[in-house]
Design a protein around this ligand. Structure first.
Ligand SMILES: Cc1ncc(COP(=O)(O)O)c(C=O)c1O
Length: 371
């Protein structure tokens, strides 16, 4: 199938990378990093060159998200996956409630559920469906996922929680272009290798005064052992000094800083949300228009503006077409999430993926199938 297909020159996207993470790092960022020569890479993260970079990242993020001034931008090594455990160990008093709708939200629930001294409740939607978070009376922490990367489901709307409850949002693949009022969230966290076009391995959390106090309370009472690498207390105090608890990857910090600057210059969060909306409209209307395509997420309000999942009629083999694109070097990264096992294209709408390139991609796929 598709053996004779060849993408015409005029339909080739300017960048072949449409993957949902790690996402495309602009080549200009790589060149800019190379241009720092001997001044940054290979210097100490406890010295001004790197500390100033961390400060710029923290300030740029606070500006981008219009973060309240009493919140803190905290960061550390380990990615969002580490935060799943860190939050359950260091911020849950007795019980967390998890709203799950795919692999990553389920993983967070499972990690909480395996800790014997807390209880966890799961409120679950089937894959491809969404579930909006709600206050759960006996839970002291509510866990939600802004954008489920595995299924392309996004959640808009936050529950009102009382002052004894923390609202924590894993925003990994939505942060930056899926709407979310961070002033209503106690821990808004993400890894930077999605919308923020950096490398993996880092976590970033915007923490409210309530979350900062909870971390202090739990670690202060010394009833639980919390490993140093998972200590919010250490991460928070290092964050106030523009540092991380242990050695970070400097290139990761460099790339996220470039992307945050780029997105602030682009016009900030609202503009980025509008751009993502234009790209989502293009893809979902294409999926509706072609009889051999269909949006995997049936309800429009749950269709992601960051990760589009589009099913292909079983008459055609998506993976065969993806291999042809990979062979010619025109497109990569549009396979369905591996554990979902669907005949599907999963396409990144992340900020650096251009609308014009997505338009070309839709035409390439249609041309291959229709010819
Ligand atoms: C929604 C979501 N949460 C968490 C993670 C885990 O991030 P990391 O691999 O950086 O730990 C991912 C990774 O793709 C994700 O998409």
């Amino acid at each position: 199938m598709f053996e004779n297909y060849n993408t015409p020159k005029e339909l080739r996207p300017s960048d072949p990378r449409f993957g949902c993470g790690p996402s495309l790092v602009p080549v200009e960022f790589l060149e800019k990093l190379a241009a720092t020569g001997q001044d940054l890479m290979g210097t100490s993260h406890r010295k001004p060159a790197v500390k100033n970079l961390v400060k710029e990242v923290q300030e740029g993020i606070a500006k981008y998200f219009n973060m309240p001034s009493d919140y803190q931008v905290v960061l550390g090594n380990g990615g969002a996956t580490l935060l799943f455990d860190m939050i359950s160990l260091g911020l849950v008093k007795k019980k967390s409630a998890h709203f799950t709708c795919g692999e990553f939200s389920s993983k967070w629930y499972k990690s909480a559920n395996s800790i014997p001294w807390i209880t966890s409740e799961e409120v679950k939607a089937e894959y491809g469906e969404g579930v909006v978070g709600q206050n759960v009376a006996d839970a002291d922490l509510i866990a939600m996922t802004l954008n489920e990367t595995s299924t392309g489901v996004q959640i808009e709307g936050l529950p009102e929680v009382d002052d004894q409850t923390l609202l924590c949002v894993d925003a990994t693949s939505g942060a930056g272009q899926v709407p979310c009022d961070v002033s209503k969230v106690d821990v808004f966290f993400f890894s930077p290798q999605k919308v923020f076009a950096s490398e993996g391995g880092l976590w970033i959390a915007l923490m409210s005064p309530k979350a900062l106090a909870r971390a202090k309370e739990i670690e202060g009472n010394k009833e639980r052992y919390i490993p140093g690498i998972m200590s919010f207390d250490s991460a928070i105090s290092n964050g106030t000094k523009n540092q991380t608890y242990n050695t970070p990857a400097i290139s990761t910090l460099f790339f996220i800083n470039e992307q945050v600057k780029l997105m602030n210059e682009f016009g900030g969060y609202d503009k980025a949300i509008a751009y993502a909306e234009d790209k989502a409209k293009l893809l979902y209307s294409w999926a509706e228009e072609k009889e051999y395509l269909s949006a995997y997420v049936k309800e429009d309000k749950f269709r992601s503006r960051a990760v589009a999942t589009i099913d292909l009629d079983d008459k055609y083999d998506a993976s065969a077409l993806i291999s042809i694109f990979a062979k010619e070097g025109s497109v990569n990264g549009i396979d369905a999430y591996r554990k979902l096992g669907r005949n599907q294209f999963r396409i990144s709408l992340f900020h650096n993926v251009k609308l014009e390139d997505l338009e070309k991609l839709t035409k390439m796929i249609s041309l291959a199938i229709e010819s």
